[in-house]
Design a protein around this ligand. Sequence first.
Ligand SMILES: [Zn+2]
Length: 134
Amino acid sequence: MNTPSKLQAVVECKCPRCRKGPIFSGKMFSFKGQVTNEYCSHCHLRFEREPGFFYVAMFISYAMNVVEMISISVAAYVLGVALTYENLWVYVAIILVGVFLFAPLNYRYSRVFLLHWLTPGLRFVPEISEKKAA
Ligand SMILES: [Zn+2]
């Protein structure tokens, strides 16, 4: 079985060490919600590296939110919502709807970005990836 690339592992939310086990259970957009697995099902890596580890993901999520809000505002302007004082609440409403819709994506990918790119000492180990799941 081929080893997924780094980008593929990030997009599919796979474990940063083996790129095989899923980080989350549950679908991104479901009413039951998505749950971060405690351990990787393939290599048994503990995803929450230390107590409070995922607090850092909150800051990543904040940065993603800012980018999304700016993008939504620019998109609204380009699509014809005039930038006038009367349209202030239209922009606020559009941004709030966008933030609400992007929240599950931010939750998921802020943790994936943290695990894949911002955790020192956590890297891909091909030998672990090649082993069959225990
Ligand atoms: Zn793993």
